[in-house]
Design a protein around this ligand. Sequence first.
Ligand code: ADP
Length: 652
Amino acid sequence: MSGIILESIFLKRSQQKKKTSPLNFKKRLFVLTETKLSYFEYDFERGRRGSKKGSVDIDRITFVEKVIPEQAPPPERQMPQRSDEDETGQLSKIERFPYPFQVVYDEGPLYVFAPTEELRRRWIHQLKNVITSKNDVMRKYHPKFWIDGQYLCCAQTSKNAMGCQILTSSNGSIKPVRSRRMSKKPLPPTPTEEKKTSRPLPPEPPVQEEMKKVVALYGYTPMNANDLPLQKGEEYLILEEGNQAWWRARDKNGQEGYIPNNYVTEARDPLEMYEWYSKNMTRSQAEQLLKGEDKEGGFIVRESSKAGKYTVSVYAKSTAEPQGLTRHYVVCQTSQGQCYLAEKHLFDTIPEMITYHQHNSAGLISRLKYPVSSKKKNAPSTAGLGYGSWEIDHKDLTFLKELGSGQFGVVQYGKWRGQYDVAIKMIREGSMSEDEFIEEAKVMMNLSHENLVQLYGVCTKERPIFIITEYMSNGCLLNYLQESRRRFSANELLEMCRDICAAMAYLESNQFLHRDLAARNCLVNENGIVKVADFGLSRYVLDDEYTSSLGAKFPIRWSPPEVLLFSKFSSKSDVWSFGILMWEIFTLGKMPYDRFNNSEVMDHITKGLRLYRPQMATENIYAIMYSCWHDKPDERPSFLMLHNHIMDQIDE
Ligand code: ADP
C-alpha cells in the first residue's frame, strides 16, 4: 500500500450496525493513507498484516475526536492499577488500550482505542489533517459512546442524530453547550427530526470561547522582535498554532508574540515543571541514575511509556542492602480520581502526594528526600533562533573549535551571540547545490523533534555559506560506539535505537525522507542522547561518487535492493537503513558486510542473504532489525511499528 501516513495496532469496537448485534472489541492494525482509513487482521506471531477487515474513505469522514471513557471498563480498556504489578514491580502483561477516539462518517461513529495518549493525539491530529482539507468539519458531536441504540451523552436514539456538544474546527477543542450537557432527558429534536415533529428549537445558548492555556517549562529570552519572553511556571494563552514549532501567545499582561512550543506544556499537565519529574525515563535509566547519585531517599517520578501511568522510583540503603536498592512504586488512582502510593493516604494531585511523602515515608522504603533529575533540565533546542529567523547574521557567530570535516567541508563549534552553542557547517564551494538547499532549509527548519539535530538556520549572504545546527558535544555516533571506554548494556544500545526510531517516526509522519541514515549521520549530545542529523541533505550533494548508486561513496551497505537497482527511495528504504543502523549499534560500530567489497554486497543482498545476528542482540532484537530487510518494501514495518516493537523489548 503506498502513501501510508500512520500505522498502529488499536482495539476496534464492533459498530453495532443493528441494535441487537453484540458489542465486541478486536485488535486490528489500522492504516491511514491520504484516501482511506483501513483496518486489518494482524498476525502477531509473524509480525505481519493479515486480511483486510474494513475501510472508510477519507471523503466520508466528517470528524474525529476523543471519546469520554466508559464508566467501568474491563482490564484491557483500563489504565493499569498498582495491583497489576508483580513482586518485582513489573506491570503485568495485559495489553491495554485505555484511550478511545471516534472517527465519525456517514454510517455513524467508528470507535477505536489507543494504547497511549500520545498515539491517540498523533492519530487524531493526522486524521484531522487529511480530512479538514476536503470535508466540511461537523460543528457538533457526541462526546460519549453510542451503545445499544442510544448515545450515552444525550440519550438520543438515532445514530445520525446531531451532536450535543460543539466542536471548534481549528484545533478540535471542545466547547460544551452548558445547559444541554447536564440534561438527563433526550435532547430537543435535531433539525431533521424537527421537520417531522415541527416543534421549534429552543435558542442555542451563547458559546464561550475556550482558548488553550499553557505553562512555561523553561524560561525563554526572545531571540528577535517577534518573540515573547517566557517565564518558567507562568501561564500563557495560545492565540494561534499555525506554525508547527512556534505558537503565537499572550502573557498575563496582554503582551503577544511567538514562543517555541516545546518550551510549554498544556496547563492541565504541569508535572513537567517539577525537578523530580522525568517524563520519558525508563526503569533501568532511573535505577542507573539513582545509583549514580547514591543518595539515601533519592527519587524520580516518571511516566511508564506502556501504560500512561506514573511510577515513583526511590533509592535507599540499609544494613541488609549497604550497596543501595531502588524500589518502583506505581501511582494508583481511585475511581474518584484521587491518587496514592500507600493505601491510606489519598491526594488530589501527584505534586500534593509527593510533598506528603517528602515528609513521611508512610510505607515507602524511604521518605522522598532528594529529587534526582534525569539531566540538568536544559532547555530544548528551538526550531530556529527566534520565530521566522532562518537567515543568521555572520557577525553573530564566534568560531571556537574545529570538530571534523565531511562531505561538505569543515564543521566548527561556536557560539551564537556569544551565548548559545552551535555547530557551523562551512559549505565548501562547489560541493552543494546551494540555491535548492536554501529553499528547502525553510521547510527543514520547521522539523523539530527531541531526537533530530535541530537546524537553526543558514548564513547565505556571504560565501562560503554556513549551515547552523544544534551542537552535539559527544560527536558522531559511530565514533562514540567504537571509542567509548564504557561498556554499553544491551538495554542502553536499545535505547539508542529507540531514540533514532522516534525521530524517524516523526520524519515518516511528516513524509520526509532521510536517504542516508547510518551511524555516521547520527550525533550524541552531552547527556548521551542520540539524535539523527543530515536528514535529506544528500539531495544537495554535488559529487557523482556519492550520488550515483555506482559511485564509491554511495551508501551501498545501507541501501535496499530497490534503491540500488532503481533508485527508488521511500520511507521503507529509510527503514532498511535503520535495520543496518541497529546492526551497527549492536556490533558497537562494525562495518556492515565487512568481508565483502561493494559489488559482493550487492550480490549478497539480491540473493536474499542478510547480516548475521550481533552477539549483543537477543533473538527478539535481531528479529526487529531483520524485519527491516524484507526484499519487498511494503512488507517492512513502519517506523511507528518499529518503535512499538523496540519499546516492548526495553527493560523498564
Ligand atoms: P558533512 O555533512 O559535511 O559530511 P558531517 O556532518 O559528517 O559533515 O560532519 C563531520 C564531523 O563533524 C562529524 O563526524 C562530527 O564529528 C562533527 N559534527 C558535525 N556536526 C556536528 C554537530 N552538530 N555537533 C557536533 N559535532 C558535529
